[in-house]
Design a protein around this ligand. Structure first.
Ligand SMILES: NC(=O)c1ccc[n+]([C@@H]2O[C@H](COP(=O)([O-])OP(=O)(O)OC[C@H]3O[C@@H](n4cnc5c(N)ncnc54)[C@H](OP(=O)(O)O)[C@@H]3O)[C@@H](O)[C@H]2O)c1
Ligand SMILES: [Zn+2]
Ligand SMILES: [Zn+2]
Length: 346
């Protein structure tokens, strides 16, 4: 075992405390990564809220960039010194049909998550990227493209890929009208990516406060979801609605804004929801979901972002201020992603 520093949840309600963490010694196909920047995802808040003393150890963080510091004997793609990015999946069975199709995110045995996952070899609980070092199979690490800011790139590895896969699989492009519901970490990247793909893009938000931001991000307009007149005016308007809203909500108004044969892709709230079939019947509408992405799509996203200069709008904080980041994200006070700079852990 080797040790590093990081932030682990303690107590009720869970508070992140700086502590010493253990990392495994490198296996032949592992790399060690010095974590420089890690995004603060709303999923980290959900995990903190669900955390109870005696439960699985929790070190959040599943979108990070850094530098390779060591490589196992069988590693072929990385050398010490290479800039690298890691997302929210760090292993999968590799042989089931989804894994063979490059959709490790849908592994039949469930992919190993970057934190609170179970390591497939030693059964230990994975500890996330709110730490100075992470040890990962090289297959689940991605070369950081030249020219992209490492801090602003970190959120692509969860927020970005989570909206990229549905945008791609639903065919977002020049002939489609896309709406993004919830302008947060996922949402602002969905807007940038949909715009870069050539789609006519709109935002659906709880108020008009983010209208100027929406336009700056490339959206043509913003529909206020709490204004029934605006929602009615947007009826049947969008071929694709990417719903990133972080809490439980009524899907009806969002389905109402989906065009005939269009799709509502619900990626934000992953609990159960009630749907009126008539809201799907009228217009042959589809309800879908997605989560994270496979290795090929993640590599494709990074290439696309390098080509189009797409990264997240970030507020970088020293990791010692992680509690402030968590608190402000909870209050919706970030435009649009906190990223922790972990160099202060040295
Ligand atoms: N499927 C996956 O694999 C996956 C991956 C990552 C994250 N997630 C989930 O996606 C969700 C969004 O994550 P995020 O990091 O983008 O969060 P975020 O930055 O907090 O953004 C969420 C947005 O949802 C809207 N919202 C928040 N509370 C709301 C409420 N009570 N009613 C209506 N709208 C509300 C807000 O948009 P407006 O201010 O514009 O209304 C907010 O900006 C989280 O639930 C997260 O767990 C899923
Ligand atoms: Zn995430
Ligand atoms: Zn599998």
């Amino acid at each position: 075992m080797r040790t590093t520093s990081g932030y682990q949840a303690e107590g009720t309600p869970a508070v992140l405390e700086r502590t010493t963490l253990e990392r495994r010694d490198l296996r032949p196909d592992d790399i060690a990564v010095r974590v420089d920047h890690c995004g603060v995802c709303h999923t980290d808040l959900h995990a903190l809220d669900a955390h109870s003393p005696g439960g699985l150890p929790l070190v959040p963080g599943h979108e990070f960039t850094g530098v390779v510091t060591e490589a196992g004997g069988e590693v072929t793609r990385f050398r010490p010194g290479d800039p690298v990015a890691v997302g929210n999946i760090v292993d999968s069975c590799g042989i089931c049909p989804p894994c063979r199709a490059g959709q490790e995110n849908f592994c039949r045995e469930f992919p190993t998550l970057t934190y609170q996952g179970t390591d497939r070899h030693d059964g230990s609980t994975t500890l996330g990227g709110y730490s100075r070092e992470y040890v990962v199979r090289e297959a689940f690490a991605y070369p950081l493209p030249d020219g992209l800011d490492p801090a602003a790139t970190a959120p692509l590895l969860c927020a970005g890929i989570t909206v990229w896969e549905p945008l791609r699989s639903l065919g977002a492009g020049p002939d489609t009208r896309v709406a993004v519901a919830g302008l947060g970490g996922l949402g602002h990247l969905a807007v940038k990516l949909a715009v870069a793909l050539g789609a006519e893009t709109s935002v659906i938000s709880r108020s008009a406060d983010k209208a100027e931001d929406a336009r700056r991000l490339g959206a043509r307009d913003l529909v206020v979801s709490t204004d029934p007149a605006q929602v009615a005016a947007a009826r049947d308007r969008f071929d694709i609605v990417i719903d990133t809203i972080a809490t439980e909500h009524d899907l009806k108004p969002y389905l109402g804004m989906v065009a005939m044969d269009g799709t509502l892709s619900q990626v934000g709230y992953l609990g159960s929801s009630t749907v009126e079939m008539m809201d799907l019947l009228a217009g042959r509408k589809k309800l879908s979901s997605a989560g994270s992405g496979g290795r090929p799509a993640t590599a494709e996203l990074l290439r696309f972002c390098a080509e189009h200069g797409v990264t997240a709008d970030v507020e970088v904080l020293p990791s010692a201020r992680v509690a402030e980041a968590v608190d402000r994200l909870r209050r919706g006070d970030v435009r649009y992603r906190f990223v922790l700079d972990l160099s202060d852990l040295d």
